[in-house]
Design a protein around this ligand. Structure first.
Ligand code: ADP
Ligand code: MG
Length: 337
């Protein structure tokens, strides 16, 4: 029923940033190299995400907004070898139950793009031809129109600005992990943040964090015993200028597992410990700027732990922790005394 749909949707779509995250991940799953995010009134009037990806096949459009429809996995095996950000078919359907959704899409074989207006259950209300190029544009209007308490939570400018920050942080993460992605983030017609296409992770890291910081960072690469496991990235040099590389929050700690931005406390804690020890600092205070990308066989990772997929479980976690420790020991040599 409508109420049940609203209840389950409001666990996936908890905020403006969760809408943006889901829409941007859909764009990346569709191989987009250009993503434009435009918000009006902090996203509560409108969130629009435009991509130049594959588009949605005409045969998929009647079901794209239906809860649990996904074109990304067919079998249980696909789930174990997951290479896409999305796999549950929950995002579009959930957004439809808490907002008004318009989708314009065109694939390489379509002559024209089509604009679809969806209803609260994700069915097509109406459609008409439109003039956009290849790719998909999703517009989300009147977010949380039926969840007044949640909307009320964002009634202060401070909360709204924090939300814009969070979106920017998340876009920086995708910008680093996808060097050839161009991202533009606009609020009320003003560009808040953007990144152009670059050739590799180093250039991406520089374009996101600025060139000044690069001389304070050291690259690392670690091939684990398991040939399918590889860890790489950038850590602050032990002698780095800590005014550049230490922050009071974790917003520039970029950790990825299989290209997915994740929260993994045990790893970030260990990085902080080694870094702060090298700086002779209390590890509870500062967070180092870093970029770490852990690549594992998809079958070793369970991302289906929380609705937003930022918490993950790793199989053979110990071997990953040991590898991270090896990296940290070589970057931050340490002797008692
Ligand atoms: P999931 O990403 O888990 O498959 P979603 O609800 O996010 O589920 O999207 C449903 C389906 O709609 C996707 O499986 C995909 O087929 C299609 N889709 C959504 N957004 C896009 C996009 N930007 N480009 C291409 N296809 C899309
Ligand atoms: Mg998705």
């Amino acid at each position: 029923s409508t109420t049940i749909r609203l209840l389950s949707s409001s666990q996936v779509i908890t905020s403006v940033v969760s809408v943006v995250k889901e829409l941007v991940e859909n764009a990346l799953d569709a191989n987009a190299t250009n993503v434009e995010i435009k918000l009006e009134n902090f996203g509560f009037d409108k969130i629009e995400v435009r991509d130049n990806g594959d588009g949605i096949k005409a045969s998929d459009t009647p079901v794209m907004g239906i809860k649990h429809y996904t074109s990304k996995i067919n079998t249980h095996e696909d789930l174990e070898n997951l290479e896409t950000y999305g796999f549950r078919g929950e995002a579009l359907g959930s957004i439809c139950s808490v907002a008004e959704v318009h989708i314009t899409t065109k694939t390489a074989v379509d002559d024209l793009s089509t604009q679809y207006i969806l209803d609260a259950s994700g069915h097509i209300l109406s459609q008409k031809p439109s003039h956009l190029g290849q790719g998909t544009t999703v517009s989300v209007l009147k977010l949380f129109k039926n969840l007044p308490v949640r909307k009320q939570y964002y009634s202060t400018t401070k909360k709204c600005k924090e939300e814009l920050r969070r979106i920017q942080d998340l876009m920086m993460a995708y910008g680093i992990i996808k060097p050839n992605l161009r991202i533009v983030f606009v609020h009320n017609k003003a560009v808040i943040w953007q990144k152009s296409k670059v050739s590799d992770h180093k250039m991406a890291f520089m374009s996101v964090l600025g060139t000044a910081i690069m001389s304070s960072m050291v690259p690392f690469q670690h091939q684990c015993e398991n040939p399918e496991m590889f860890i790489s990235g950038y850590l602050p040099k032990p002698e780095a200028d800590s005014t550049l590389t230490s922050l009071s929050t974790s917003e520039r700690s970029f950790l990825f597992i299989n290209r997915r931005p994740v929260q993994y406390k045990e790893i970030t804690k260990m990085i902080r410990l080694f870094y702060n020890r090298s700086q002779n600092k209390d590890s509870s205070r500062s967070y180092p700027v870093f970029f770490m990308n852990i690549v594992l066989p998809a079958s070793c990772l369970d991302v289906n732990v929380t609705p937003d997929k930022t918490q993950v479980m790793i199989q053979n976690k110990e071997s990953v922790m040991l590898a991270v420790e090896d990296i940290l020991k070589s970057v931050y040599p340490y002797s008692e005394n």
